[in-house]
Ligand binder design. Structure first.
Ligand code: NAI
Length: 330
């Protein structure tokens, strides 16, 4: 029998937290044969709600769940964790400026960086979900220098999955037959959803999306805006932000990272840029990656046309701006 893996979820009393804990405890993140111990962190003001989540986890009688630690103490929450899903953060409120959002979260991620470095298991794998996700991941990396940068990632898989979903809807095919979309850049409205390398498996074998959707305008405009604006559309419809799809994407992200991507398939992950594709180093940028034996690597050699290049530059510029705002508060 496998030894339980300790999984930390921060912001566990929130919307995404509520959706993800059961998914993890049902094996959707680490596999159906992998027992888990859940460490749940939220603020003291949410302690009652968090205890309610703990009670429901007990009531769900989940055989893979070998324990729940529910706490508002960072040191206790990070103690010995092998996987950390960081969802907790300062929410964006109406009228709040990006600068304010960044400064509030810089403080939180600076503190969580030291908890991570001091208390987590060596080689802990980290996924930052909370916004601004790329810049929160950067703050975490800067303040946890003992943690290898490759162990820190941020979530753009939701955008990636949205891109697959839009292509599947357009072509009226199963989403499981569509693969290799790419999200480049920031998890924000400047991201560049790119379907130009995506493929669909059909009766006649694997076919490029570009060939099946001859409408170049759709690929460059409607598709790009729809994926960029999908989060806002969900908020408008639900009066709450995406939570089940975000939770599901976070499970996909960790599962592929740890268990590996299928042969011939890549996924999008926000990772510390090594300068691939001319992206500046020193920011967290979403790239196409493949994963094997718990390590991700950026897919190399894809052709980038001028259109894609300019979209990637716009997002890189925004990330450099976010970085300099964050540094004002460090
Ligand atoms: P929520 O507001 O329902 O939950 C956030 C939880 O975090 C709250 O329970 C809050 O008390 C807690 N929290 C705040 N500060 C904390 C701290 N210092 N330590 C621990 N917990 C803390 O928000 P929701 O809908 O669950 O979203 C969470 C975050 O995920 C937001 O920042 C949101 O913008 C982001 N998000 C990111 C997506 C992505 O694709 N990267 C997709 C959807 C949301």
């Amino acid at each position: 029998p496998k030894k339980p893996v300790k999984v930390l979820v921060t912001g566990a009393a929130g919307q995404i937290g509520y959706a993800i804990v059961a998914m993890i405890a049902k094996g959707l993140m680490l596999g159906a044969d992998q027992p888990v111990v859940l460490h749940l962190l939220d603020l003291p003001v949410a302690a009652n709600a968090l205890n309610g989540v703990r009670m429901e986890l007990i009531d769900a009688a989940l055989p893979l769940l070998r324990g729940v630690v529910a706490t508002s103490d960072e040191a206790e929450a990070f103690k010995g964790v092998n996987v950390a899903i960081l969802i907790g953060g300062w929410p964006r409120r109406d009228g709040m400026e990006r600068k304010d959002l960044i400064s509030k979260n810089v403080t939180i991620y600076k503190s969580q960086a030291s908890a991570l470095q001091q208390h987590a298991a060596p080689n802990c794998k980290v996924l930052v979900v909370a916004n601004p996700a790329n810049t929160n991941a950067l703050v975490l990396k800067e303040f946890a220098p003992a943690i290898p940068a490759k162990n820190i990632t941020c979530l753009t898989r939701l955008d990636h999955n949205r891109a697959l979903g839009q292509v599947a809807e357009k072509l009226n095919v199963h989403v499981g037959d569509v693969k290799n979309a790419i999200i480049w850049g920031n998890h924000s409205s400047t991201q560049f959803p790119d379907a130009s390398h995506a493929t669909v498996s059909t009766d006649r074998g694997e076919r490029p999306v570009r060939e099946l959707i001859a409408d170049e305008i759709w690929l460059r405009e409607e598709f790009v805006t729809d994926v960029q604006q999908r989060g806002a559309a969900v908020i408008k419809a639900r009066k709450q932000s995406s939570s089940l799809s975000a939770a599901s994407a976070a499970c996909d992200h960790m599962r592929d990272w740890i268990l590996g991507t299928p042969k011939g398939t890549w996924v999008s992950m926000g990772v510390y840029s090594d300068g691939s594709y001319g992206v500046p180093e020193g920011v967290f940028f979403s790239f196409p990656v493949t994963c094997e034996k718990g390590e991700w690597s950026v897919v190399q050699g894809l052709e980038i046309d001028d259109f894609a290049r300019s979209k990637m530059e716009t997002s890189a510029t925004e990330l450099k701006e976010e970085k300099s705002i964050a540094y004002e508060f460090l």
